[in-house]
Write a protein that binds this ligand. Structure first.
Ligand SMILES: [Zn+2]
Length: 321
């Protein structure tokens, strides 16, 4: 994991962190909230460099000292990352192991950063154990909880952390940072973490994704539609897995509306223009406006705790009937 000199977007949040690092006023326990792939993990590692580099506190780590080199190789004893286990949750054992582990004394004095990825997957017991540890402040220990579903985190743990929100980045910012991402910007959907996925895979894969979502809209029967969806969604999907498909479908519907209004030069998914034209020929303006409305409604549903399957079934039966 390398230090990224200029993380894409969210300048206000980054500015706040930089100021806090330099003033040595970084809150000891923080909850970073934002959609998956918005850059939370990259920002968390950046913070590790800034806190632990031999020149720390600094916002421009040297990247050469032993601390920087170890963070780059993900082997720094004072940077600990917890991820959900194969059951998809962070259990009490993982938290106990973390709390029991004390880095070697000569490293210890340089500070410690504990990153809890997908903190919303902490089991209640694990969250309680973590809360206890956070409540006993140690000057050299920073806790960083990352989540895209903060409402699922134990309320007492959540309220103990200072909260920082990371937002989707505008298309213009994505393109300014990653010019190669321009044709795919609608699929990247404001999430810098998705840039590599789209620009490194062949354009054909990307096109296939857009085309499959368009095929989803075009399907004549619900069965056909579900078959297409099966290829695009994981077997068992969570509410958060729906956010990107719904975002992408919304973009497709907006593009479609632009085609209906004879403005093809403004569509986002230029790479899928021919498939979009096919969809345009089979749909009316009224249907497209209705689809945008439905998708907007669904986007507000998935902000709340609802069953992903039920929401997606609603999308399947109501879109482009
Ligand atoms: Zn360094």
């Amino acid at each position: 994991m390398k230090f990224v000199a200029k993380v894409c977007g969210n300048e206000v949040g980054q500015g706040y962190i930089h100021k806090a690092v330099l003033a040595k006023q970084l809150p000891q326990s923080q909850l970073w909230i934002g959609p998956q792939h918005v850059g939370k993990t990259t920002l968390a590692y950046n913070l590790a460099f800034q806190l632990l580099c031999r020149q720390a506190p600094t916002i421009t780590p040297c990247l050469r000292c032993e601390h920087c080199r170890m963070i780059s190789r993900d082997i720094h004893p004072n940077v600990q990352v917890i991820l959900p286990n194969q059951n998809g949750s962070i259990g009490i054992d993982q938290v106990r192991e973390l709390l029991g582990s004390v880095p070697q004394s000569n490293w210890y004095k340089s500070g410690r950063l504990i990153i809890i990825e997908q903190a919303d997957t902490l089991t209640p017991e694990a969250a309680t154990a973590l809360l206890k540890a956070i409540e006993e402040p140690r000057l050299d220990c920073f806790w960083l909880l990352l989540s895209d579903q903060p409402d699922k985190i134990l309320a007492t743990l959540r309220s103990r952390c200072s909260q920082l929100w990371w937002q989707r980045v505008t298309d213009a910012t994505i393109v300014a940072h990653f010019p190669a991402a321009k044709p795919y910007v609608s699929l990247i959907a404001g999430l810098p973490g998705q840039v590599e996925q789209y620009t490194s895979t062949s354009g054909a894969t990307t096109l296939a994704t857009i085309n499959q979502w368009i095929a989803f809209c075009l399907a004549d029967t619900y069965y056909q539609r579900l078959t297409v969806a099966k290829k695009l969604l994981p077997k068992t999907f969570k509410r958060s897995d729906l956010i990107n498909p719904i975002y992408q479908l919304t973009r497709i519907a907006h593009d479609l509306l632009l085609l209906h209004y004879q403005a093809p030069e403004h569509i986002h998914a230029q790479t899928a223009k021919s498939a979009l034209i096919e969809l345009q020929q089979k749909t009316t303006i009224a249907q497209t406006v209705l689809a945008i409305d439905i998708l907007k409604k669904i986007r507000s549903y998935i902000q709340r705790p609802v069953q992903a399957k039920i929401v997606f079934d609603y999308v399947t039966i109501s879109l482009y009937r």
